[in-house]
Ligand binder design. Structure first.
Ligand code: NOJ
Ligand code: CA
Length: 673
């Protein structure tokens, strides 16, 4: 009797953990495995392992709904079906030209075991470098309109890990410095959030195809368990949708090392293909602008004696751009509405009326006559409702005068954006709520009709929608260089090494690098060396890339400026050669349609020496390496401008030793001989 009882107990407890083991699906190379299951209460859950090691322990799936019973328990998994997909697609512009989209997919229906037998689907796509999963709400009676009050998706880390994250729900939106903490100290966090397990495995959680839904934050509920925390909506529920619809994909990038995360194209692969057809009118370019001088308070957006966007000043920028081969000139403060408290409510902005000392048509014509274009600017102060009222006219105007790109802005505290609801009334909204997700797509599609590319600042997070809408060319969405211009501590030396493995995993960023003038209103100035500023052009991918400094600082320093003139913004290939989150990184990229390679390496506050085999270079070719490196005395605090520029001849069998100063970097142009 005794001998019989013990095995029975073991059997029962194991049955309790896996009441109904469900279907599983593995990545094409077999290393990543996703398992679906329900527990004894009929609660659906998934788990993920990689190379036989658990990564995500059993984690719940489901929803709390408004005005309808929840989808949480008493659920069974029915009709699992799988398929394999493998294609290679071409990016019109990007960090690499061809992308392989190869996954195994499992779709399962999660069905109520009791009346009214409603159901929803969950779809898993398992790639060699990670997992994406989304929910699919079918059309069914009683759930024609779905009001989601909470998404119950969990991410329960299977093992201890270090986390890099920024807080969610704080007033300054996405513009925070990264925390590095044990997972047990994560609070309410934004995505992408990055983890390193003790064995070195890296994980980044984010989302793809954020369309007509609220952005997902992650809140830690206990120990290593995080749970989706959707951004609030403007009324009832966090998301309101008519069925059928799909949620965004929840994504897990997985890699042996940090570098692997930054090599992944999973987020793009989970987005729909280009919906705009011929997008040859979307032109990646470098630009200068009437900009940094405002942030240094030398000029103003507002009218008056300090007004920056005057005909003379813009012409000066156009001449400079033409002389040095830049494609664009950004003009901020050209339009009426900046006088007074412009970040107050946005109601004063006109997007069609220029200040009297700025002639949009004549300047655009002048720019075009010199092979340059103006990049327009629409600051909304978060008032998306006011902007939408003028948007059609505003884009028509830009199209008429030949302005092919616009930087938009949503300066307002988180939760203080303004949208027009389905009730026709104005509502306060979060920058990443469902209504703002709709707004951004409206801007992008309306701009596309007029062949205009869009670069939003204070945006919604990047979820890879540039694949579907290639005129969504870049965005801000993190602490940019501007923080180091203002009268407060700027970005610390580790900031960019954090960005590469967190925010930048989501997509391009208009970081605005290239500052040589180290004195700013910030207490520390710019915490960088000049060589590091140059490295940012390779390390931070952005198809619109600014040379952000005052023009006079480039005129005074032609030798280091040469790299900014030479470096491209569009690439055939990208290789992340090394890196550790928040410490350092080296990236090599091959220019689009050319033979030359470029390399950028940067470090945090610690100087370090990196050994870089040049195996990425093409076989059988010799290159002149134009090296821009930190000098012996270089230090972000004491000698940022100590830069050495030298040349040597190299082939792919060579290994370079890169010596990076504290807060420093290195940029190299490999010119094929
Ligand atoms: C904040 C943006 O990040 C910055 O680039 C811009 O100059 C100001 N808003 C004004 O629109
Ligand atoms: Ca900003």
């Amino acid at each position: 009797m005794h001998r019989f009882l013990i095995p029975l107990f073991v059997l029962l407890s194991s049955a309790a953990a896996h009441a109904a083991p469900g279907p599983r699906v593995a990545s094409p190379d077999g290393t990543i495995v996703v398992e679906l299951a329900t527990d004894n209460d009929g609660r659906p859950a998934y788990a993920v392992s990689r190379k036989g090691q658990p990564v995500i322990a059993s984690s719940r799936l489901g929803f709390l709904l408004l005005d309808a019973p929840k989808f949480e328990r008493n659920i069974e998994i029915v009709q699992p079906r799988t398929r394999t997909f493998d294609e290679t697609w071409e990016q019109p512009w990007g960090e690499r030209r061809f992308i392989r989209n190869h996954y195994n997919e499992l779709t399962a229906t999660l069905k109520e075991k009791a009346k009214p037998f409603r159901s929803f689907d969950v779809v898993f796509r398992v790639f060699d470098d990670g997992v994406g999963f989304r929910y699919r709400f079918p059309k069914q009676s009683g759930l024609e309109q779905v009001k989601i009050s909470e998404e119950l998706t969990e991410f329960s880390l299977a093992r201890d890990a270090t986390a890099w994250w920024i807080p969610a729900g704080e007033w300054n939106r996405e513009e925070y410095l990264y925390h590095r903490t044990p997972v047990q100290q994560v609070g309410d966090a934004q995505t992408p959030i990055t983890f390193r397990f003790e064995d070195g495995t890296h994980l980044s959680i984010h989302e793809a195809a954020l369309v007509d839904y609220s952005g997902m934050n992650l809140t830690r509920v206990e120990d290593r368990k995080l749970k989706a925390d959707l951004t609030p909506g403007i009324g009832e529920g966090k998301v309101v949708r008519a069925a059928p619809f799909d949620t965004p994909w929840r994504t897990l990038l997985l890699s042996d090392a940090a570098a692997g995360l930054a090599m992944s194209s999973l987020t793009l692969n989970l987005n729909e293909p280009n919906a705009l057809g011929d997008v040859s009118w979307v032109k990646p370019m470098k630009y200068v602008g009437v900009w940094w001088e405002m942030h240094l308070d030398l000029k103003s957006w507002a009218s008056g004696p300090k007004h920056g966007a005057t005909n003379d000043n813009v012409r000066k920028h156009i001449d400079f751009a033409a002389k040095h081969g830049f494609g664009g000139v950004l003009v901020e403060g050209w339009n009426v509405g900046w006088d007074g408290d412009w970040f107050g409510n946005g109601e004063d902005f006109s997007f069609t009326k220029s200040y009297p000392d700025f002639d949009l048509k004549a300047l655009s014509r002048y720019a075009r006559s010199k092979g340059v274009v103006l990049i327009g600017h629409h600051e909304t102060s978060g008032n998306a409702a006011h902007y939408e009222e003028q948007m059609g006219d505003a884009f028509d105007l830009y199209q008429r005068v030949g302005v092919p790109a616009v930087k938009t802005g949503y300066v307002a505290d988180a939760s203080q954006a303004k949208v027009t609801g389905t009730d026709g009334k104005r509502h306060y909204a979060w920058h990443e709520g469902q209504d703002m997700a709709r707004h951004h797509l409206k801007v992008v599609t309306e701009a596309a009709k007029r062949h205009i590319a869009v670069n939003p600042h204070e945006p919604i997070k990047d979820s890879g929608l540039r694949r579907t809408y290639p005129n969504w060319i870049t965005r801000e969405g993190a602490r940019g260089m501007e923080f180091s211009a203002w009268g407060q501590p700027g970005n610390p030396p580790e900031h960019e090494a954090n960005l590469v493995f967190t925010r930048l995993l989501a997509g391009p960023m208009d970081y605005t690098p290239g500052i040589f003038g180290m004195k700013t209103r910030s207490t520390d100035g710019i915490a960088t060396t000049w060589a590091k500023q140059l490295s940012l052009y390779v390390v931070i991918y952005s198809p619109l890339q600014m040379a952000a400094d005052l023009l006079e600082n480039y005129d005074k320093n032609p030798a280091p400026f040469q790299f900014i003139k030479d470096v491209p913004v569009d690439w055939d290939d990208t290789r992340v050669l090394n890196g550790e989150v928040g410490d350092y990184v080296t990236i090599a990229r091959k220019e689009r349609g050319g033979d030359n390679w470029y390399l950028g390496a940067l470090t945090d506050e610690d100087g370090r020496t990196l050994s870089v085999p040049l195996t990425f270079l093409d076989e059988g070719r010799r290159y002149t390496a134009q090296i821009y490196r930190d000098g012996d005395k270089a230090h972000w605090k004491t000698a940022p401008q100590d830069i050495v520029i030298e040349e040597r001849s190299v082939i792919r069998a060579d290994t370079l030793t890169l010596k990076l100063a504290p807060g420093g970097g290195q940029a190299i142009r490999f010119v094929a001989q």
